[in-house]
Design a protein around this ligand. Structure first.
Ligand code: MLT
Ligand code: ZN
Length: 462
């Protein structure tokens, strides 16, 4: 049930929003708001003033106009699968959930594109695209909950970036509502459109601080029916990187994921899975090849030529592939089941990634001998997910140590999860004062009153 009539009318903003979107779509009851007020990691969140769920772009515009007039800050939220606290309230903001904008349009097969509502889940769009012989270029483990609007707003990455690029690269157009309620729309899906500033590209990765994305025109890629997945045991990170470099020329290579024995053991215990290989290996590389015709032979030949591979398992049928992917994809849930992790998603130059891995583990143990560090990631992109269990969620020394080390190694403090509120303090480690000043100017131009997702992405000035 939504907030009672009495609760809704107690807050004049709630009453005005209820008149716009319907009382059932304005949540004031703390129990109903609760799931929108904490992020997936359970590390970030806070109370909201209310949660509003508009059902159309016009309703989103009316909600933003009402909030602007009331001077109410707004946190846009998609599937609430973000990992940096950028989609949850901190201090009494209005949560604007896009979940009801879940329309999935029809596939434009000739143009290889589809227009979808911001609240459509990735899985729903994949299903529609695949029925038409096409696919979405980005894929990630939270596909059943992650929404396309949220994925664009955070420029989500996932497992196929090395082949198709991140979410920004899949965006052919967006419709979005600005803080004052005006609507900008470029959904024509033109392959080329060189007419000034690229608003869709700018909104991708803006984490709800510039506008609220309501619809997206998504580029589609050919559906590749023949797939092979290999899980390879290797002696260390450097060996995994050498194997990746040897497989990189394969045109069918679609994913290259790294994990380690400790993470694999955690996943196995959590998901009750058997061992993937006969012996345990210090590190594992999971690779996927996808093509129009069976890529198993080309993958097999390339793997056999790699002296660093100690052992391997290959799967070509759907259930076998899913079984191998589970060892990698279930890391996130296995880690969260063990505690509230510090999740530090970072990029390293490939040439320095192995050195970073060795050093970061030592640093964390020095900092807190009780800390458990689980590493995994999209090694093809130089993207490591550093997960630290043990230290209290608000113990920023962990984040500080890891992110400073990343900067020292010439990396980026956020690879694909964004800045949110989790990494605000460290933005200046890998973005220059001039970069940050330019970002502030953009924010000021789009949202002069600072009502959209305040406190995310840009640290307070001074
Ligand atoms: C992943 O690669 O599985 C996601 O980025 C989630 C995570 O980092 O836990
Ligand atoms: Zn990831």
């Amino acid at each position: 049930m939504a907030g009672t009539a009495a609760e809704v009318t107690e807050d004049p903003l709630a009453a005005r929003l209820a008149a716009t979107v319907g009382e059932a779509h304005v949540l004031t009851d703390p129990d109903l708001r609760a799931q929108y007020e904490i992020d997936w990691t359970r590390r970030f969140g806070g109370p909201s003033r209310l949660v509003v769920l508009p059902g159309t772009t016009d309703e989103v515009a009316a909600v933003l106009r009402a909030c602007a007039e009331a001077g109410a800050a707004v946190v846009p939220q998609g599937g609430n699968t973000g990992l940096v606290g950028g989609g949850v309230p901190r201090d009494g903001e209005v949560v604007l959930s896009l979940r009801r904008l879940d329309e999935v349009g029809t596939v434009d097969e000739l143009g290889a594109q589809i227009v979808v509502g911001a609240g459509a889940t990735l899985a729903a769009v994949q299903q529609t695209a695949r029925a038409a012989g096409l696919d979405v270029g980005v894929d990630l483990a939270s596909r059943d909950s992650a929404t396309v609007g949220g994925m664009v707003a955070t420029n989500a990455g996932g497992t196929h970036v090395l082949r198709y690029g991140g979410m920004r690269g899949q965006v052919l157009g967006v419709e979005a509502v600005l803080a004052d309620g005006s609507v900008v729309s470029r959904l024509g899906g033109l392959g080329k459109d060189n007419t000034g500033y690229d608003l869709p590209g700018l909104l991708a990765g803006s984490e709800g601080t510039l506008a609220v994305i309501t619809r997206v025109c998504v580029r589609l890629v050919p559906l590749l029916p023949a797939r092979a997945v290999a899980l390879l045991g290797v002696p260390d990170t450097a060996a995994a990187l050498r194997v990746f470099a040897a497989l990189r020329p394969l045109p069918s290579l679609s994913a290259a994921e790294l994990m380690y024995a400790d993470g694999l053991a955690l996943v196995r215990a959590h998901a009750d899975l058997g061992p993937p290989l006969e012996d345990e290996w210090p590190a594992y590389l999971l690779v996927e090849c996808a093509a129009g015709t069976d890529p198993t032979e080309e993958l097999g030949a390339a793997v056999i030529a790699c002296p660093d591979v100690g052992d391997g398992a290959v799967a070509t049928d759907a259930s076998g592939r899913e079984r191998l992917w589970a060892y990698r994809e279930r890391h996130t849930e296995a880690i969260s089941a063990a505690g509230v992790p510090h999740k530090l998603d970072v990029t390293l130059p490939l040439s320095r990634l192995a050195g970073f891995v060795d050093e970061v583990r030592g640093r964390l143990v020095e900092l807190d001998p009780g800390a458990t560090c689980v590493l995994f990631g999209h090694v093809g992109d130089g993207n490591l997910h550093v997960n630290v269990l043990g230290p209290a969620p608000d113990d920023d020394r962990v984040d500080d140590a890891v992110l400073r080390l990343v900067a020292h190694y010439g990396g980026s403090i956020s690879s694909e999860h964004g800045i949110g509120v989790a990494k605000l303090r460290w933005l200046a480690l890998t973005r220059s004062p001039e970069d940050i000043a330019a970002m502030r100017a953009v924010k000021q131009a789009f949202d002069p009153d600072g009502l959209l997702n305040p406190g995310a992405v840009l640290p307070p000035p001074g």
